[in-house]
Ligand binder design. Structure first.
Ligand SMILES: [Zn+2]
Length: 174
């Protein structure tokens, strides 16, 4: 117990054990965003809430393509992923008012990746004294806010972003 390293981004997306195929590709393809807790679809990446979050508001930026490393990403995919990380930072601060944030990747079994075949960038809002130490110590997932409620709190921020991106696209096309 006292050897536990505090690493909240080492989050397992354990749903994959119960589903056939890639859980991210399945959700990307079936377009039932509300049921699947997809918050945003970009041109090259989408944003999904973690169904087994370490903290309320735990989201992931995921490339649309089924790739497992940063090296496999095309420059435009990487650029959009970072852009969405920045937008998520802003939206999260506005809507969840955290006292901090964690962002990170896990690669491979030893890196703590729950889904190893499909890259994803974890973004976690943090509060001083939040419940994150519990899962880190006891492998217990604690959520002070439930998933649909957090989804509804975050969604307007991402809908606004979608509107902004659409407007940008229209300007560029002129
Ligand atoms: Zn996939």
């Amino acid at each position: 117990m006292n050897e536990t390293i505090y690493a909240p981004w080492r989050t397992e997306f354990i749903l994959g054990r119960r589903e056939k195929g890639c859980v991210f590709c399945t959700r990307y393809t079936r377009k039932t965003d509300r049921d699947d807790f997809i918050l945003y679809r970009g041109k090259k990446n989408f944003i999904l809430m973690n169904l087994y979050p370490y903290n309320a508001g735990h989201i992931m930026v995921i490339p649309n393509r089924h790739i497992s490393t940063l090296a496999e990403m095309r420059p435009a995919e990487r650029a959009e992923m970072m852009e969405l990380a920045a937008e998520s930072e802003v939206i999260m601060k506005q809507r969840l008012k955290p006292q901090g944030l964690n962002m990170g990747f896990n690669f491979g079994a030893a890196g703590g990746a729950g889904i190893r075949d499909h890259l994803h960038l974890h973004i976690l809002p943090r509060w001083v004294g939040d419940t994150n130490f519990l899962p880190a110590l006891y492998d217990t997932r604690v959520n002070s806010v439930d998933l649909p409620l957090t989804y509804d709190i975050l969604l307007p921020g991402f809908e606004k972003l979608a509107g902004k991106m659409k407007a940008c696209g229209r300007r560029k096309n002129k």
